[in-house]
Each structure stands twice: as structure tokens, then as C-alpha cells.
Design a protein around this ligand. Sequence first.
Ligand code: FAD
Length: 466
Amino acid sequence: MNDLNNGKERICIVGAGLVGSLLSIVLGQRGYQVDLIEKRCDMRKEDIPGGRTIAMSLSQRGFKALEIVGLKDYIKQHTVPKTSRMVHLKDGSVQVQDYGRNGQAIHTINRKFINSALLDKAEATGNVTTLFDSHCVQFDLDKLEVEILNKQTGKCHFRTYDRIIGADGVFSKVANEMAKQEGANFERFSPEYGYKELVIPTDSENNWKLNNNVVHVWPQGHFNLVALPNTNKTFTCTLFLKLNGEISLNTLNDHKLIANFFNKHFPDVSNLIPDYCEQFMENPVSKIYSLKCSPWHYRNKVLLIGDACHAIAPFFAMGMNVGFEDCSVFDGLMSKFDEDLDVVFETFSRTRKVDTDAIADMSLYNFTSLGNSDNSNYHVKWQINRMLWNKLNDDWMPLYPMIAFSDIPLAEVRRRSVLQAYIVDKIIKEEHTIEMTDKWMDYIYAKYIRSEINGKQALSKDVLEA
Ligand SMILES: Cc1cc2nc3c(=O)[nH]c(=O)nc-3n(C[C@H](O)[C@H](O)[C@H](O)COP(=O)(O)OP(=O)(O)OC[C@H]3O[C@@H](n4cnc5c(N)ncnc54)[C@H](O)[C@@H]3O)c2cc1C
């Protein structure tokens, strides 16, 4: 098979979602013959099937990968930048918390738009063949054979490849197949939370109803409402709530209960979404899944990527960004190992997981953090963190900017954030107010920070367990 393709291998990517499509460009641009196989219809020709979030936040890790394939500027032009989080407090006032500094922003992009742009670019390489309505129903991972059901004709056929890459999302069939191998670890979680999306329409003059340069958050402790601006001047509003229990997505099932719930917890909503009860009844409840598994490769010939091996809860809005970062890491390994794909598959599988495990843990933590973003302790910590960032620059970067605006490996982000949280807690415990922190910065730096951060010491066990 190699001889037919100028010595380049023939690769099957299962799943033409965000990550599979991007990886197909990386491989197509390097001259590999790629079949990109998708069970759904071609979203460029028909409506995207329901239940998928339409407004996605794109940040540095995602943009970096898009830059590699030459799509960064084009995609950026079609985004809405958001510089801050606007927290809507229970008394009706708002608190603005900047994500970064000097205008740093995360960007909202429409899922269908970006996925379509990736598919166009993949086909434009001349090396990627897209197959839609094509469901990969069986795999023989030893023979590298895929059985594909054509959903239009109802007929199955088999194709054999040099390699198979599973980019088929959290319910990955490729991952399920790999989980059968001896020594494989596989855990798919369905946390108790789900979500429902509502749309805030434009106002009567076809304008935004809320500030469109921020992400709006209505925190309620263990449930939250979040609104992201869309390019068409609407907002996608997502309610994250338990699936079952007294107040839950499954019990909010008639107009009266829904109206009572929103009037009590989110009184702003009735003005913003006149038909919120109707939308709530009509729109589906979606579950939140996460997945951890290992290894991500089989015989150095089969590989998993994106949600297929590390789906995470969406509370940092980072799943796509991390999946895109997978593609830039993969591309870096291709260059480093001179396209020796056996080595690339094995190294990617062995070295990348530590970072995706870290963001999975941090995402769950962020749900609690979002829910508490209206309390004063949270705000004090936020301000002290910012102050330290301004004074100490590279020696101190708060958690969110490290995730959204840097390339720092995610396991290192987690390590630093634990240490920083420990230091901020200590500063607050010793009753330093924000003003005192500012005034006594040199003292605080010498006492708490220099040895830990500047000395580049590993975080000691004592500190972690304190
Ligand atoms: C509520 C919510 C909000 C989110 N918001 C953000 C955000 O703002 N920013 C962000 O970075 N991330 C966000 N995410 C995460 C993001 O959606 C995912 O991480 C991302 O979609 C993963 O891309 P993927 O290509 O790996 O998987 P998917 O997008 O799931 O794509 C997998 C593809 O494979 C296809 N497929 C599956 N099985 C087969 C098969 N057997 N044969 C052929 N095709 C198959 C599927 O049809 C699908 O098209 C959010 C997630 C949720 C749930």
C-alpha cells in the first residue's frame, strides 16, 4: 500500500469532529493519504444534529494548533472576543473579573463554522478523503481493518489501512476496542451533572441584549447559569444542574416549576428570554461525560486522540482547546522524530496523558470555583492573585491565564496553581488584606514566595498535604 502513496502511509481517522478534522489537515499537509470517516451527514450541507453546544470558547492552546495548519487568522476573524467574566450577583449588581491583562481575551466561535472550515481545509490538502454517513461499526485492530456501514445504502464494506486513529469522541468505538486488550485501563464517568441550553435572542433593534465582550455567569453554588455571546448577536445560555434530585434537570418538567425555579434563582432570565419556559421544555437535557483511559496506542499502529481518550467536564471550556493542543503536540513529535510514526504514536500516548489528566481534574475544581465566584473570599483571592501577577510577572500567573493564555504544560499549570493557592491562603490566614498585600509585597515575596517559586523548588509533600 505504501508504494502507491509515494512511500507515505495510508491512515484512517475515525470521526470528523473538531479534533479528527484538524489532525487530518496536519497529516494531509505532510502528504499522508487520509480517509476521514464520519458517521453523521456533512454538516456543511445539512443542519448540525441537535444537542451540541454551538458557542465554543477558543483560547491560546487552540489558536496555536490552528496556526500550524494556517487557519488561525481566518478563524479569529469570525470570533467574538471576551476579556472578562461578568458575575451577576444576587442583589442585581455585577462584578467584572478580567480573564487576563492588557486586553487578553478568549474567543467565541460557532461549532459548525469552525468544524466546516477544518473540513474545507482538510479537503484542500488534496490528500484527505472525507466520507460522511459512514459509520465505523467494527475494527480488527491487528489486521488494521475497519468495517464501514454506509448509512445511505445500508451496505457495509471493509477497508484496510496502515494505521487507524480514533478521534471518535467520548463514546469512542476505537477506545472500547482497545479497552479489551490486556493491561488496558478504561473509565468513562457520567457525573451527576447535566446541562440544558437556551438562547437569549437579540433585542428589538437586532442588537445584543447584554455586554458582548464578557462571559456572563450567574453563580448559585452547586448550579450555575453561563451565557456566551454568539456572532449573530444572540447568547447561548447554559444551565448546569444536577440531573436528578429535588431541584434537577429531570424534575423541572412543567412550566410552573420552571418559572418558579428561574424567578427564584435567576430573575434576570425572564426579561432576557421571554419564551424561556417553552425553550426549556423543548430543548434536550444533555449529560456531561468524562473519560480517562490508557494506553492511548496499540502496537504503535492505532492511536486515540481528543475526547476519545480524555473527554473532560466542560467547566473550563477547554475540551476542544486541549484536543487541538493534542494535534500541535502530535505535529511537534512528527518533526522531532522525523515522521517515524511508530515512535510518534508511542511517545504521544506515553507523554501527553499527564497533561490531559491535569486539566480534567482542574475542570471539575472550576465548577465549584465558578459557583463561588460571587463570594467575598473568592474575590479577595482573585485580587491578591492579580496583584501578585502584576508585581511578579513570570514568577506568578493566576490559574485561568495559565490555562487560557499560555502554553505552559497543563501538568505544570496544576502544580503551580496548587502552590499558588497554598500561598494565597497563607497570606489571607495571616490577615493580610488586599491593601496590606500591596504595601508589604516585598515582605510577602521574601516570606512566602521566593523560596517556592523563584527558587524553582519542587512542591514539597508537606505543602501539598497542608
Ligand atoms: C456543554 C459543553 C460545552 C463545551 N464548551 C467548550 C468550549 O467552549 N471550549 C472548548 O474548548 N471545549 C468545549 N467543550 C468540549 C468540546 O465540545 C469537546 O472537547 C470537543 O468536541 C472534542 O472534539 P472531538 O473531535 O475529540 O470529539 P467530538 O466533537 O465528539 O467528535 C467526534 C466525531 O466522531 C464521530 N463518530 C463517533 N463515532 C463514530 C464512528 N463509530 N464512526 C464514524 N464517526 C464516528 C462523531 O459523529 C463526531 O463527529 C464543551 C463540551 C460540552 C459538553
